[in-house]
Ligand binder design. Structure first.
Ligand code: PHE
Length: 494
């Protein structure tokens, strides 16, 4: 008994509550806010996308964030240990979560590598004359089909090494180093986004872009895909179902679960919405300059941050400066999301192997993350990135969300956890949360997964060949199977 207490005291702690909030918001706010959110809004009905986005945020996102915070704080363990404390057979949920997260982090780091390359090209605004070719042919050197790997693109490869080294030095001392880094990487991009927004809305033609962004196309709401996109976006952007928020909360014992979840979620969504203004006002300016409708320049999809937006930057006065600002924004946004995942994985290992040095665990996680990312540095990397993103976010994360809700709602007891959350809380959590975790979240998520499945079965995603689709499914099934194996692996303790 005494021994146990001693171990508890040794757990890493954030040096203050504020730092915990900075780290959590830093994890949530990332490329998802500036790159993914605006392109989804552009694709799915402009302002109308905000409707499913906000509904899903309140109905599913915040309740699950509360769940993860509460679980981390209560169990004082990373994802695997936290679910293992509910029941040893539930450890697999944590394994599944960090595995899916790991996949996301592997390609996320590659997007950071592209940003790093663009940062260096910003000094000359090298993409100005042909932004599309620049991205696909010069930077990615993309092959014509997923079938042709065409070898490794060494520039991206080296940039990826640089990114992982950067990530490593943010996490190598656990909460100590993370706490210091987030004091910069959380506020800096927010200030830069505000600068880019002011720049955007003061450009001629910006109004058209903003109108495109905020005018709802309510027809989009009847499209199942929009709801799916909203759900995967909420999971992605709040960093839930990755095991991250569980790990981060496990380093505190005095957080306010409900209040902190609301602060994190609201800060995150406000930043997304503001970033939307920065992006669309700037695209409006470009559309006006090229005398084309905004819809044409806004239909950029995932390449928004690397083609359409940089192109608009190249057309404005002080192009070099604003390009540098933009790519520093992307890098500083992404880094604290990326290392939060490394922390989530490292925490799981250091919970289990207490004697292993944290530095080495972090180095190992970064190295494996890098190795896994190599596939995305081939000339077919973009296709694989798209594939893994589709399967990991639409199925992987959502399934973990369902498992988490069932484990806490039905096995641990939502009522028990709610009582724990409310003990000494400034903001009391109502009974609605129990209903949300036990019924609404699992049912809605399951329904959406089935709907997505129907779409994906009727047609190969992205018209990729069958073998590629199987790899995509592998990204969903391998984490689940690994989780099941760990769950049933004999547990030495107890
Ligand atoms: N929350 C991050 C974002 O919005 C996504 C992310 C989560 C990236 C977890 C890595 C790990 O960009």
């Amino acid at each position: 008994m005494k021994k146990k207490k001693k171990k508890k005291l040794l757990r890493d702690r954030w040096s203050s509550h504020l730092i915990f909030l900075f780290a959590a918001i830093g994890s949530a706010v990332g490329l998802g806010n500036v790159w993914r959110f605006p392109y989804l809004a552009g694709k799915y009905g402009g302002g109308a996308f905000l409707v499913p986005y906000l509904i899903v945020l309140f109905l599913l996102g915040i309740p699950i964030l509360i769940l993860e915070y509460a679980l981390g704080k209560r169990m004082q363990k990373g994802a695997v240990g936290a679910f293992g404390k509910i029941h040893p057979r539930l450890r697999g949920i944590g394994v599944n979560a960090i595995f899916v997260g790991f996949i996301v982090c592997a390609y996320y780091a590659v997007v950071m590598a592209w940003s790093l390359i663009y940062f260096f090209h910003s000094f000359k605004v090298s993409w100005a004359s042909a932004p599309k070719e620049f991205f696909f042919s010069k930077v990615l050197e993309m092959s014509s089909n997923i079938r042709f790997l065409d070898g490794i693109n060494w520039i991206v490869f080296i940039a990826l090494i640089a990114v992982w080294i950067l990530i490593y030095f943010c996490v190598w001392k656990g909460t100590k180093s993370v706490g210091k880094v987030v004091m910069i990487t959380m506020p800096l991009p927010i200030i830069l986004i505000i600068i880019l927004t002011i720049r955007g809305i003061t450009l001629p033609g910006s109004l058209e872009g903003i109108l495109f962004y905020i005018t709802p196309n309510f027809k989009a709401l009847f499209d199942m895909q929009v709801w799916n996109a909203a759900i995967s976006q909420i999971f992605f952007t709040l960093s839930i179902a990755f095991g991250i928020m569980i790990a981060y909360a496990s380093f505190t014992d005095n957080m306010q679960v409900k209040k902190d979840a609301w602060i994190t979620a609201v800060a995150n969504s406000v930043i997304s919405i503001v970033a939307g203004f920065a992006v669309f006002s700037t695209l409006g300016f470009m559309a006006a300059k090229q005398a084309v409708p905004v819809s044409e320049v806004a239909a950029a999809g995932p390449s928004l941050a690397f083609i359409a937006y940089p192109q608009a930057l190249s057309l404005m006065p002080w192009a070099v400066l604003f390009s540098l600002v933009f790519f520093i924004t992307l890098m500083s946004l992404a880094i604290d999301s990326a290392f939060s995942l490394v922390e989530a994985v490292s925490t799981v290992f250091s919970d289990k192997f207490k004697k292993w040095s944290k530095h080495w665990i972090a180095a190992g996680v970064c190295f494996v993350g890098f190795l896994f990312g190599i596939i995305f540095t081939t000339r077919a990397g973009m296709y694989f990135l798209d594939l893994f993103d589709h399967f990991a976010t639409n199925y992987g994360l959502v399934l973990v969300g369902i498992f988490e809700c069932i484990a806490v709602g039905w096995f641990f007891g939502a009522d028990k956890l709610r009582k724990y959350i409310n003990r000494g809380a400034d903001w009391k959590l109502g009974k609605w949360w129990e209903i949300s975790i036990k019924y609404i979240c699992p049912i809605v998520l399951a329904y959406l997964i089935i709907a997505q499945l129907v779409i994906d079965i009727s047609k190969n995603y992205g018209n990729y060949p069958n073998w590629a689709i199987y790899i995509g499914w592998g990204a969903v099934l391998v984490p689940i199977i690994t989780g099941i194996i760990v769950s049933f692996w004999p547990n030495k303790k107890k």
